[in-house]
Design a protein around this ligand. Structure first.
Ligand SMILES: [Zn+2]
Length: 310
């Protein structure tokens, strides 16, 4: 098996990972590169639509849930997210202190409501709706797995791959979608192509965590076979970005307690053993955070400025 990121073919190890989330229990062969550490699926399954069943896959039901929030949830979200994006409002500030882990990454970036935003792999576009509710005006999403395109005021959601998009954006986001794309090299070139020269790309994704793998084995939630074709390492993802002339300007590790707890839930269900109470698991999670931080990362990228000869 040759690594599709660094092309090393020597001493790569293999493992079988299983589909758990929608309950198909099909097995898939993965391998790990001995050089860059990237974990990747051996072959792309023929029909991926089967693993994105609109009735079962969470990413197509977020908008429905968002629109059906209770009055109280709407009130909290309004203050909470407005503070996250714009750092305004006392109520938001208090909520943010309490719930900082929920959208830690939003507050780490400087946003502009006028900026053109592209959300690649946006699912049903829930996050774009949330951004519109917070004042953003130029919002586009792209996802090849949606059923129909959506044109709703200043939100456009295209049933397209990034390389079919014919426009440049100030901000290109991939919120936990990069690991779902088989051809990583074409994807990062596509990011470069749709990014304005002074734009930023915001890539959020899980990386492979040795700690989690030792703790939960094949039940680690972020393995998500076969939808996650890749779990990168810092080494492999840096090589990949560099191959498309994208440079990392910031790396932020995001706390991801729910992913940790979801792994325990899968482990308990699949091994028919009792689920360890989350309060008992918290010290283990804290230990991971102290030693290794989280397995979820945000990378902020810019185009490499062309080097001009003297
Ligand atoms: Zn490699």
């Amino acid at each position: 098996m040759e690594c599709r990121i660094c092309h090393n073919a020597d001493n790569n190890s293999e493992a079988i990972f299983t589909e758990y989330e929608i309950g198909l229990h099909e097995d898939f062969r993965y391998f790990r590169c001995s050089r860059c550490g990237c974990v990747q699926i051996a072959e792309q399954p023929e029909d991926m639509n089967r693993y994105y069943d609109p009735d079962k896959y969470y990413s197509f039901h977020c908008l429905e849930r968002y629109k059906n929030r209770s009055f109280m949830e709407r009130w909290i979200d309004k203050h909470y997210f407005r503070y996250g994006f714009w750092k305004k409002g006392k109520i938001g500030a208090i909520l943010f202190l309490k719930e900082v882990k929920r959208v830690y990454w939003i507050a780490k970036l400087r946003w502009n409501a006028e900026a053109s935003i592209l959300d690649v792999g946006c699912g049903d576009g829930m996050f774009l709706h949330l951004m519109r509710d917070c004042g953003f005006k130029d919002l586009t999403g792209a996802d090849p797995f949606i059923e129909n395109e959506i044109h709703d005021g200043n939100i456009t959601i295209l049933k397209k791959d990034i390389n079919e998009i014919d426009r440049k954006f100030d901000v290109v986001m991939l919120n936990h979608s990069m690991e779902h794309v088989f051809d990583q090299s074409t994807l990062v070139k596509g990011i470069y192509k749709v990014l304005k020269d002074d734009g930023i790309a915001v890539i959020r994704l899980p990386l492979f965590s040795d700690f989690l793998y030792q703790k939960f084995g094949k039940y680690v939630q972020s393995l998500a076979a076969p939808r996650h074709f890749y779990l990168h390492t810092l080494d492999s993802i840096t090589r990949l970005f560099a191959s498309a002339n994208l440079q990392t300007v910031e790396i932020i590790q995001e706390p991801y307690l729910s992913g940790f707890m979801a792994s325990e839930k899968i482990r308990a269900k699949e091994t028919n053993t009792p689920q360890i109470h989350w309060q008992k698991l918290l010290p283990v999670y804290d230990e991971m955070c102290d030693k290794y931080k989280s397995d979820c990362y945000m990378f902020v990228l810019q185009k490499k400025t062309a080097i001009r000869p003297l």
